[in-house]
Design a protein around this ligand. Structure first.
Ligand code: ZN
Length: 401
């Protein structure tokens, strides 16, 4: 009778299962031969791990469609994106969104409703739960829900790393779980942090471990990743770079201070300089288009905002020394329109050691970044321990439709 596997053998197996599943989750269908090379494990180990993951319904294994050379082809391991999924939610400034995101990062279903101005995060729980229930009605019976996450602005984080929303007795995640009777155990995170995570994992900064992601919308905030890990600060309140004072003689800011960075680089600032209604968010794209078409007022508005954008980024770069700064939300479009002006500041202001290696990039994932990043948070548990997610998955079937 063989000896029971030791705890350390089990731990090694769990880590190896996680490594294989994470690889195909991030890189898509991959042959056993390539997994052997990439993960530094031997062929028989990869074969056994892939077979275990396939038996659990997390991946498929198939012969490649085109055999490239003679001999037995290496089976291709693919994530079961159609079956294994997470619920990814976001509370944006002006809309609520809910998506089902399949293993592998593919958005399978997406619902949204407008968030009326003045709607609190507390009041958003009910409508978000409605979106989730709508989506769940379309899910196949054998689908496996492995987790959920919600991206939100205006948060405070508990000592246990969960986010508490003022006015809810408990956390936002717990409130959503309760509203759904048996949710998947939602975790919550800051919207800019989560969008930054998405760009770090799948977007323009994939493989970059030290980066600043700047998210622009009505306000400006940052997701800062150092050494591959999000910097969240006390109760999750790091990255409020929009309130870095850059112009002591500038305009009053909603936070009570004066001359904050976001008074110079937000959508509102761009619209004001362009002589447009500062509250008409739809006009941002029109101003950028007019600037591209050579309209002088629009061009000057873009250049003025881009100059302040570069000014602030130069200071952040001296503090953090990242390898990349990524501009997302509407700030991605503003950066793209005024990149030359931003770069002039970056060429002149930071120390050489902080700027020589620096990449400036517009975000690649667009408005989906927040949902894709939330799904990455939600997949964490599965990827850490792939064969022990069945319990969480069964929650869906106990969830009243
Ligand atoms: Zn402020």
């Amino acid at each position: 009778m063989p000896a029971a596997p030791s705890a350390s053998q089990e731990e090694v197996r769990r880590q190896n299962l996680g490594a294989v599943l994470r690889y195909v989750h991030l890189h898509g269908p991959t042959s056993r031969a390539e997994l052997t090379t990439r993960l530094g494990l031997n062929r028989s180990t990869i074969g056994a791990l892939a077979a275990d993951l396939a038996a659990s319904g997390l991946v498929t294994e198939e012969a490649p469609t085109t055999a490239r050379r003679a001999g037995r082809p290496s089976l291709v391991v693919s994530p079961r994106s159609d079956r294994v999924y997470a619920q990814a939610l976001s509370i944006d400034a002006d809309r609520l969104r809910a998506a089902r995101v399949g293993l592998g990062g593919r958005i399978l279903d997406l619902r949204e409703v407008a968030r009326p101005s003045g709607m609190s995060t507390v009041d958003a729980v009910g409508p978000l739960a409605d979106l989730v229930r709508d989506m769940e009605r379309c899910v196949a019976a054998d689908a496996l829900l492995v987790g959920g996450a919600v991206a939100v602005t205006d948060t405070t984080r508990d000592a246990d790393d969960r986010i508490r929303i003022v006015g809810i007795d408990g956390t936002l995640g717990a409130a959503l779980d309760a509203e759904l009777s048996a949710g998947p155990g939602f975790v919550a995170g800051d919207l800019a942090d989560i969008a930054g995570l998405a760009e770090h994992v799948r977007g323009v900064a994939a493989g970059v471990d030290d980066l600043i992601y700047l998210h622009g919308g009505l306000g400006i905030s940052a997701g800062i990743i150092m050494g591959g890990r999000l910097v969240i600060g006390h109760r999750g309140h790091s990255g409020k770079v929009g309130h870095m004072v850059v112009n002591p003689n500038g305009l009053p800011c909603g936070c009570g201070s004066r001359g904050c960075w976001e008074t110079e680089i937000s959508e509102t600032a761009l619209l004001r300089h362009a002589g447009r209604d500062p509250h008409d968010r739809a006009a941002v794209a029109e101003v950028l288009r007019a600037a591209a078409d050579g309209d002088r007022t629009a061009r000057e508005a873009v250049e003025r905002v881009a100059d302040w954008l570069g000014f602030g980024v130069a200071n952040l770069v001296n503090v953090v020394n990242p390898d990349a700064v990524v501009f997302g939300g509407s700030l991605g479009d503003i950066f793209a329109a005024g990149a030359d002006v931003v770069r002039e500041r970056l060429d002149a202001m930071p120390l050489a050691v902080s700027r020589e290696h620096l990449r400036l990039e517009a975000a690649a994932l667009g408005p989906d970044a927040v949902l894709i990043g939330a799904a990455e948070l939600a997949f964490d548990k599965l990827l850490a321990d792939p064969l022990n997610v069945g319990v969480a998955g069964q929650l869906r079937t106990t969830n009243p439709a």
